[in-house]
Design a protein around this ligand. Structure first.
Ligand code: RFL
Ligand code: PHB
Length: 392
């Protein structure tokens, strides 16, 4: 058994784990990150595209924002489409803020590329990562790498290992509470090297279902439609998906859609999930390890960033100022923001999707709400301030 010692052992090198590792290293806190997959595999996952202020400002604070500044697309607004009607939410005018369209893959790549220069140790392809004694003050994490068994002794373990990782499962069932809402559809996404059909995002509620027109750059588009959970990607050849997008996004957007072969196509289920508390003794949870939102509000990655902001602050105060209180307050602080993002993502999902169980009354409620939003600056402001991200 090869043993190492560090202050913080981080499980998972997605955006949450890498961001936390860099923030801790920048403050002189020792840490090691253990990741089950290879760097190429991590970069091949196509996920989030919209960054809130908190995510942008953490990259700025780390001085790892140069490519995002050069290549990211600042957006002043987005659109809700309901049949023929397009409701523009002018987030810049309503909140004085913007969001930045810059893919999660690129954020992850920038954080990965800075590992060596910043002295951040990440062990990729770590198998059988197992947490031990997180109940006490001296937890351990074991893993294997090839034929070799390893053990990391540390003061804190931070679970940044996503929804399926082992960290959350290390919290005793008697301590943790789960809140879950599953949705009766998934999002089928397509990534293609074609110019976007619109310079801003369009979330559409069409009688045939939901559609989203998004992008990664001026030459790369990302589109989604909702599909029954029983659908398989193979049932959606590119042409069928482009035809469906053209119908659901409406004639104006359809006229501007450029079709192209899929670089990636996948179906992701939608769920709302919260695990509380987000700390158990020497174990802290951040990001998808503790909560999931449906992607409708573009909140998942940004929530991971705000968790990491609180966790880094608490850990730095513990190691540099012998201050225990911040660790003690981490879960409540993080959850207060998590629940507000959960609420926003759930309500936008309900507003923009046709649920199989819904009847004429539920549809009339959607129409009334969209009509209210279209004609009320207060309603638009509420959506805009949630979309750009509530204060951290
Ligand atoms: P991740 O990215 O899942 O990373 C977790 C990492 O942990 C590793 N891991 C392990 N490592 C060691 N041992 C084990 N046993 C392990 N098990 C797992 C994994 O390999 C992985 O590298 O979680 P993290 O860092 O918390 O980041 C969360 C975000 O990835 C997620 O919330 C967002 O992608 C959600 N999301 C969106 N968020 C936004 O803010 N804006 C968006 O526009 C947006 N769009 C989306 C999305 C998610 C989507 N999908 C596919 C779920 C669109 C989609 C389609
Ligand atoms: C994306 O571009 O992948 C994206 C954008 C906005 C969302 C979800 C996903 O709400």
């Amino acid at each position: 058994m090869k043993k190492t010692q560090t202050q913080v052992c981080i499980i998972g090198a997605g955006p949450a784990g890498l961001l936390l590792g860099h923030l801790l290293r920048a403050e002189g806190v020792d840490c090691v990150v253990l990741e089950r997959r290879s760097p190429d595999y991590v970069l091949s996952r196509i996920r989030a595209g919209v960054l809130e202020n908190i995510t942008v400002s953490l990259l700025e604070r780390l001085g790892l924002d140069s490519r995002m500044k050069a290549e990211g697309l600042p957006h002043d607004g987005f659109n809700l489409a309901d049949g023929e009607r397009l409701i523009r939410i002018d987030i810049a005018e309503l909140t004085g803020q913007q969001v930045v369209v810059y893919g999660q893959t690129e954020v992850t790549r920038d954080l990965m590329d800075a590992r060596e220069e910043r002295g951040l140790e990440v062990v990729y392809e770590a198998e059988d990562v197992t947490l031990h004694e997180v109940d006490g003050d001296a937890p351990r994490v074991t893993y294997s790498l090839g034929d070799e068994e390893h053990q990391v002794d540390c003061r804190f373990v931070v679970g940044c290992d996503g929804f399926h990782g082992p960290s959350r499962k290390s919290v005793p069932a008697s301590v943790g509470k789960e809140y879950l809402r599953e949705y009766p559809f998934g999002w089928l996404g397509i990534l293609a090297d074609v110019p976007p059909c619109n310079h801003e995002l369009i979330y559409a509620n069409h009688e045939r279902g939901f559609a989203l027109a998004s992008m990664r750059s001026e030459t790369r588009s990302r589109y989604y439609i909702d599909v029954p959970l029983t659908d398989k990607v193979e049932e959606w050849p590119d042409d069928r998906l482009w035809d469906e997008l053209a119908i659901r996004l409406g004639p104006e957007a359809a006229a501007n859609i450029t079709r192209g072969p899929a670089l990636e196509k996948s179906i992701a289920p939608l769920r709302s999930y919260v695990f509380a508390p987000m700390r158990h003794r020497s174990l802290l949870l951040c990001g998808d390890a503790a909560h999931i939102v449906p992607p409708t509000g573009a909140k998942g990655l940004n929530l991971a960033a705000s968790d990491v902001h609180y966790a880094a602050d608490a850990l730095v105060r513990f190691f540099k100022a012998a201050d225990n209180d911040a660790i003690g307050g981490y879960s409540d602080k993080a959850l207060a923001r998590v629940w507000k993002s959960e609420r926003f993502s759930w309500s936008l999902t309900k507003l923009m999707h046709r649920f199989p169980e819904d009847g004429p009354f539920e549809r009339a409620m959607q129409v009334a709400e969209l009509d209210y939003i279209a004609n009320s600056r207060a309603a638009q402001t509420s959506i805009a301030e949630n979309y750009v991200g509530l204060p951290v």
